[in-house]
Every structure is written in C-alpha cells, then in structure tokens.
Write a protein that binds this ligand. Structure first.
Ligand code: ZN
Length: 465
C-alpha cells in the first residue's frame, strides 16, 4: 500500500510538471495580435460613429476598441481605409436551409422531388453567402421538409460550430410549432393523406395546450435553441387566411410557459392583430412580421418589452415578383404589404424594441442587408437600424454577454463596410471584411457572390405603401 501511495505521489508531481511546462509553452505561442483600422467605427450601442477607429484582436477576443488607439510593435495591421468597422451583423429571422425565392410552383415541386441530403448541401452555400454578407450570427426560425424527419438546421449549426463548413453562428428553432391546417402545416394544400398520415407533434403540429407542450419538449430534445410558433396565418401558405388567429390563448400560454421553463425564448410568426395581442399578453419574446398590428397592440409591446422583427424584405421581395405566386397568395401578400409600412412607422415612433430580421429564404440568401434601407425609408434613423442588427438582436437572442458590441473581452465578430452607413445606409450592402471569432472569413470580394444571386434579379422595388 505504501509503495502504491509513493507511486501515486510521483505520478501526481510528474503530471504537475508536465502541465506547468505546457502552460509555459502556451505563453510562448500566444495568439498573434491583429489591429483593424478604418476611418470610422460603430461600437454597436452608441448614438454616433467615432472617427479613426481601431480594434485590437487577439485570438478569438477583442482586446480593445476605440479611436486612435496605439498599436503595439509586432501586431498585424489591416488598414481598411474609407470604411466603417462594426460588430458583425445579426439577422433574427432566417431560414438557412430553405429557398423560396424562385418560382413558387417550381419550389413546391422541388420539395417533393429533391432528396433532403441534396437540400442540405444547398444550405451549405446559403450559410456561406450569409456570413460573407457580414451576418456573423443568425436566429434561424424554422426548417422543415414535407414528410421528412431530418433536422437539417441542427446539422448545419453543428457543422459550422465544429469548423467543418463556414457560416454564421446559428440559433435554431427546428420545425416550428403550429396548428393543423395553419401556416406551419407542411401538408396544407396537398391532397388529404397524400403523405400517409396527418402531421403530429413530431412535425411541429400541435392542437391543445398539452400537445403544444409535447411539441416544445420534442424540439428541445432534438436540439432547438429557441422555440418558434405560428400563431396567425401567413402569406406563403395555401390553406389559411393571412391574419386569422391559429392558436388559442390557452395554447399560447402553454407555449410560453413550457419554453421559458426550459430556458428557451419564444418567437412567433404573426401577421394578425388579435393573435399578436394575445401572444404579447402570453409573454412571447418577439413578434415576427406583425403586418396588421394596431397601435394599441404596439403600445402593449412597448410596455412589456416585446421585440418586433419586421422582416420588410420578405413582403418587398414577394411584391417585386408577385406574378410568381398563385392568385390566393398574391392577394394575401398585397394585404400584408399594404398594412406593414404604417405598422412599422408607428412602431418606430412609439419606441417599440425593433430587432433586425429579414426572413431570408423568401429572397435569395446573402441579400439580408437590403433590410437596412427599407427600415430607414420608413422612418428609422440609420444609427438605430445599425443598433437593431447588433446590440438589439444580441439582447433578443440572449447573447449580449458575448457579442453585439465592440468591447474588451467580447468575441471578435467584426465587419467593415465601405463608406459611412449613417450618410448612406447602402454602405451596409458593401462589406469589405468579415471576421468571426478572430478568424478572417473574407478580406476583399466574397467567394459566394454567385450563390447569393441564385435568382436573376437582385434589385428590390421601392417600398410598397
Ligand atoms: Zn420566416
């Protein structure tokens, strides 16, 4: 026993020496320091840009950020010239595994024809186009393939996190939860029983509070970071009206209670005012779209601190390609587009918290930054639009401790855009550098420009009032 004890003591002191040596070794090859310089800097939260911006990065973190900071000898200096440094943009509403931007009927056919693995491979290019456009974090609000049980968004998120592929940091919702025949029912519009069974909680379809809880638990079990539900009708669904409520107050209460118990935030797809009011009362964290929200509902959101994710790009894209959609959807799109501009103006005036989110997939991935111009054309100050895509989204996503501002100790998610976005918001569409967690993804032209232009037109029509 004595000899064994002696051996253990020797082994422990040997391990101590080894660990000391390796920690000294780590000190010697400390990660190199990079200094990013540009004419201007937006820190993610201040009311104005600062001039002569400098950000010092070491490893995956920001060491310092400010105006005219001194740069230590030996640091790699990247001078971006007449550009504006900013925290990496976030998009609180994407669907990186899907693409609805082309011809609606072709897309519907593709859903039935394409192997889910092939769709997943396409998603790899969508993720790359998104991060190369300056969006280093997304909240991905729904990924579903009719009659498939695959979780492609989980696979995409994990592959990005493991460094297997290049893309934005993703918080994913898996299938989203909705009612039978509602906006999220994947079999709506198809002949009854075409897929052999009525969708259930494993497809995100739930009816009644207990079933809603079961669906939340099933999604969290399979890796959901957040919970998404459709509480009103939608534009791109065939069997519902765009503004009707699709969950009862009891179902919404169960949705929020179960999600929050499991420490997941709740985002709800909602165009209609009644559903919106009931969802805000139930305590959801964000309302997505919100096209028909009345001032009283916006007042309630302001009071409760509920975020609005306006997704102006979605209606903008559909209206610019309206002939691509079946007549029933054209009518719904026109009604939503006609209402949403006034709703957005009201929300800005009233000071409702606005999160930047686009509904990417309705338009080609990588064009997310066009949302900025739509927001400012409808009355939002450029600096507030920039905040919505950085510190506001970080707050909504619950990641504000790590990202969203340029501050010492935060992860080095940094972008540079050409020019001054407060003078011309279109600067947000001209990204010259993307860094994620200290690694440069792009310094110069994007590799994925072609994928971002998967459909022919890239110009967005003027806002529809
Ligand atoms: Zn969406």
């Amino acid at each position: 026993m004595f000899r064994l004890g002696q051996r253990v003591a020797i082994a422990v002191s040997f391990l101590f020496l080894v660990s000391l040596a390796s920690s000294r070794g780590a000190g010697n090859d400390a990660p190199p320091v990079i200094a990013l310089k540009a004419a201007r800097l937006f820190d993610g939260k201040s009311k104005a840009l600062i001039t002569n911006g400098v950000i010092i990065v070491q490893g995956d973190k920001i060491v310092d950020s400010g105006s005219n900071l001194p740069v230590l000898a030996g640091a790699q200096v990247i001078d971006l010239g007449d550009a504006t440094l900013s925290p990496g943009f976030m998009d609180a509403h994407t669907h990186l595994t899907l693409d609805y931007s082309g011809n609606y009927n072709q897309r519907r056919l593709d859903e039935l024809d394409l192997n889910v693995s092939e769709q997943a491979i396409k998603a790899v290019t969508f993720a790359r186009a998104t991060v190369e456009a300056g969006f280093t974090t997304v909240r991905d609000l729904g990924s579903r393939f009719v009659a498939s049980r695959e979780f492609v968004d989980i696979a995409l998120r994990n592959s990005i996190n493991k460094g297997v592929i290049v893309g934005p940091r993703m918080l994913v919702a898996t299938k989203g939860i909705g009612a039978t025949g509602g906006h999220f029912d994947p079999t709506s519009g198809f002949r009854d029983f075409l897929f052999g069974r009525e969708p259930d909680y494993t497809d995100g379809i739930a009816n009644g509070p207990d079933d809603v809880r079961k669906a939340v638990r099933f999604e969290v079990k399979n890796g959901a970071d957040i919970i998404k539900a459709a509480v009103s009708g939608g534009v791109l669904s065939l069997a519902d009206e765009v503004d009707t409520p699709q969950f009862t107050p009891a179902e919404m209460a169960a949705l929020v209670d179960e999600s929050h118990r499991l420490r997941k935030k709740v985002a709800v797809h909602c165009h209609g005012d009644q559903a919106g009011r009931e969802a805000v009362e139930a305590g959801v964290d964000s309302i997505e779209h919100g096209s028909f929200l009345k001032p009283e509902t916006l007042t309630l959101m302001k009071k409760k601190g509920t975020f609005l994710t306006p997704t102006l790009m979605a209606t903008e894209w559909i209206m610019s390609k309206i002939a691509n959609y079946p007549p029933a959807l054209q009518e719904k799109a026109r009604a939503a587009a006609a209402a949403r501009s006034e709703m957005f103006r009201n929300a800005v005036k009233m000071g409702v918290k606005i999160s930047f989110g686009t509904d990417a997939a309705v338009f080609p991935h990588g064009q997310n930054a066009k949302e900025f111009a739509l927001m400012t054309e409808l009355g939002m100050a450029p600096i507030d639009a920039l905040k919505s895509a950085t510190s506001n989204d970080a707050e909504l996503l619950g990641v504000g401790q790590k990202i969203g501002t340029l501050e010492r100790g935060k992860l080095a998610d940094i972008i540079a855009m050409q020019g001054d976005p407060t003078a011309d918001i279109a600067a947000t569409e001209h990204i010259s550098l993307v860094m994620k967690e200290g690694k440069i993804i792009r310094n110069g032209p994007p590799a994925m420009q072609a994928a971002a232009k998967s459909t022919e037109a890239t110009d967005v029509a003027a806002p529809v009032d």
